[in-house]
Design a protein around this ligand. Sequence first.
Ligand SMILES: N[C@@H](CCC(=O)NCCCC(=O)O)C(=O)O
Length: 255
Amino acid sequence: MARPVVGVISNAHMLEGQYLVHAAGALNVEALSRVANVLPVIIPTNPEHLDVEELIDSCDGFFFPGGRPNVHPEEYGEAPTEAHGTFNRDRDRISLPLIRQSVARGVPIFGVCLGFQEFNVAMGGTLYPEIRDLPGRDNHRMPPDGTLEEKFALRHEVTLTEDGPFHRLFGSHKVMTNTLHGQGIKTAGPRVVIDGHAPDGTPEAIYIQDAPGFAMAVQWHPEWNAAGDPVSRPMFEAFGQACCDWRGGALRKIA
Ligand SMILES: N[C@@H](CCC(=O)NCCCC(=O)O)C(=O)O
């Protein structure tokens, strides 16, 4: 039987300084295919060529991966400053309405890092431009040098709400995660439930209250070692099962 089709939101890159390409990290594609057991299809984030309704009619779920840019602060009512870094307005224009519409319809969605931040903004929340500048907060950014193993190494604990959806998924309310981000949630959107925090208080795991389908996101990168990591594997497996159920016509409500 054909696997569920999952749209993977792409990032824009300039190849050889001239050619615009829309790409998704191979780790994401591998985790989706091998662990979630879905067919990953990379979505070009160019709003001229697709719209949200067409995407929803074509896919059984959506994956919102990490990426270097930040959500444009105008999307949460703030003016851009140097600290807000770089943006990808085309990704904003597709991701944010796609998250809202998927939540409304019950289409399974899974967000990672930038995708986690998009979930919050799409649902009415705001972001800090640079959490390491806040009093008492740690530096969650990717180490600038080193191997991929060093960059994606497990670096801090995340404490999850007792008996919340993430705790139930992982079978533990304390897990170890990697961390490769500069921004973080400032205020949660009205339906965004923060279900896990880093030791410095940074929100790390969210779900959308009363979403009719799977709608979960994490600030870390579960695509790293997705098959072997005891936290990554159940996340991708649960998302894959939700997409399979959606394809089969049954909503799977996790949260
Ligand atoms: N830009 C945001 C999001 C960080 C993020 O998604 N990092 C992953 C980058 C890896 C990649 O290029 O895919 C922030 O810094 O908070």
